[in-house]
Design a protein around this ligand. Structure first.
Ligand code: GRF
Length: 186
């Protein structure tokens, strides 16, 4: 299955997907970021689909559709979100006629949204984790494919806890994508 990876950040999850030997047709970023360098180092094509705005006038529907068109242009059969900083709305899911997966740094349905790691710390939970799920137009809510628990340790801050979670995501996400692509899930 030809994958399209959507990333915005440091791209360490993307690095793990590339290292796992998954068939990545294109990496889409929404801003200049390290993920673009990761793609270049791995010899993968990258497309910057730049946002017109980060303010209230942002046309999310038009942007979402544009991302779907770029994926389709690269023959993508499975889109995987790996830390993409723009929420794609229904226009994306209407226009992109293939499955979409996401990895999220909490045990969903707990701690949805951008601040999952901070929210877990603030709640004082002793265990959090990560979730790989089918993405839908409803954020962090689609069917769950895999989860793994990660302990919250004394003295943790958001950086140390997120890094512990991401070290699990770098194994669980490629593994789950490969199983999904082979038709073994859900
Ligand atoms: C991951 O924790 C992912 O679940 C979240 O963003 C992070 C991406 O990490 N949505 P990186 O930028 O690939 O290091």
């Amino acid at each position: 299955m030809r994958l399209g990876v959507l990333a915005s950040g440091t791209g360490t999850i993307l690095e793990a997907l590339a290292a796992a030997g998954l068939d990545i047709a294109v990496v889409v970023v929404d801003r200049p970021c390290r993920a673009t360098e990761v793609a270049a180092n791995a010899g993968l094509p990258a497309a910057l689909v730049a946002r017109s705005s980060f303010g209230a006038d942002f046309d999310r529907g038009a942007y979402s559709k544009e991302v779907a068109v770029v994926l389709a242009d690269h023959g993508v059969e499975l889109a995987v979100i790996a830390g993409f900083g723009t929420v794609l709305d229904a226009a994306f899911f209407d226009a992109f006629d293939h499955p979409v997966l996401n990895t999220h740094p909490s045990l969903l349905p707990a701690f949805k949204g951008w601040h999952a790691v901070d929210d877990a710390l603030a709640a004082g939970v002793k265990v959090t984790g990560c979730t790989v799920h089918i993405a839908t137009a409803e954020v962090d809510a689609g069917p769950i494919l895999a989860q793994e628990a990660v302990p919250v340790l004394p003295g943790d801050d958001a950086v140390s806890l997120h890094e512990r979670i991401k070290s699990v995501e770098r194994r669980l996400y490629p593994e789950t994508i490969a199983r999904f692509a082979r038709g073994e899930l859900p």
